[in-house]
Design a protein. Structure first.
Length: 286
């Protein structure tokens, strides 16, 4: 049976258990309803503690909802018999690549997952090569991971997930620990996986400039979904975003200030390219 949505959150709530039984912690995710369509590229925003990372862990049975249900390609994540298939369908890449790299040679690390699936040697070889090529790290296949840059390590971690042939990957702040060059490398990899390989990608980020490049932006606040829509729709709510401790892209802020100053410019600009084109049009008109 074919499902339109790869991941569905149906009235999902989750509460972490307290070390002290008497103390009840607040809900980390509260009554969330979300549908992630196959082939989408989705960005999730929210301040620390808003529920973003918990959402990622709920997506592939790392965590099981306290209430409601999460389904992956029609499989309920609470069904222990399906957990293996669920984790093959949805992979999760975490913030620190060092926590996901387990071998001393790059290609051995990428082979770790397929080897655990008990695949034939020829299939493992093909998956390792294809995955490293997909993230632009094939030439580093014999390298030692600890000698790589942060961005390169993160791409190796992503290759390890790709080698499992998932239909969807959740990225939990994959660029948070990287310099600008590493951030660009990883984001380019995420978009390539989505647009060239058809993998559904969901990435959690604090960087507005990364969020505007997604097909869809979800904003979390106080364990709930506050906003959900296309980037232009979401970032129209600039005051609401500021009220919850988030910002808007710098070019959006600059455009709105220019608009307030009497410049005839679109105040819904999200990218540097859009801003440059608008300025060139204004100069050309004059």
């Amino acid at each position: 049976m074919e499902f339109e949505n790869i991941v569905e959150f149906n009235n999902v709530s989750f509460r972490y258990e307290s070390a002290e039984d008497e103390q009840q912690l607040p809900l980390a995710v509260d009554s969330v309803n979300l549908k992630i369509k196959k082939g989408e590229c989705v960005a999730i925003l929210g301040h620390n503690g808003s529920g973003k990372s918990t959402l990622a862990k709920l997506s592939n049975s790392i965590l099981i909802p306290t209430e409601g249900e999460v389904t992956v390609d029609g499989m309920n994540t609470a069904d222990e018999e399906k957990s293996y298939d669920i984790r093959k369908t949805v992979g999760v890449v975490f913030q620190n690549p060092d926590n996901q790299i387990v071998a001393s040679i790059v290609e051995e690390d990428v082979a770790f997952g397929p080897e655990n699936l008990g695949l034939p040697r020829e299939e493992i070889r093909k998956r390792v090569d294809d995955s490293l090529k997909a993230v632009g790290m094939y030439e580093h296949r014999f390298s030692e991971p600890h000698k790589l840059s942060g961005g390169q390590k993160q791409r190796v971690a992503i290759a390890g997930i790709i080698a499992m042939l998932p239909k969807c990957i959740f990225f939990d702040e994959p660029t948070a620990m990287l310099d600008p060059k590493g951030r660009k490398e990883v984001m380019n990899t995420i978009f390539k996986l989505n647009r060239e390989h058809g993998i559904t990608t969901v990435y959690i980020t604090h960087f507005m400039e990364e969020a505007v490049l997604a097909d869809r932006v979800i904003v979390m606040d106080n364990a709930k979904v506050l906003l959900d829509g296309a980037p232009k729709e979401v970032f129209k709510n600039s005051q609401l975003l500021r009220d919850i401790g988030l910002d808007v892209p710098q070019v959006s802020y600059l455009s709105s200030r220019l608009k307030e100053s009497g410049v005839d410019i679109d105040e819904n600009i999200l990218t540097n390219g859009e801003f440059v084109n608008s300025i060139l049009e204004i100069i050309g008109d004059k």
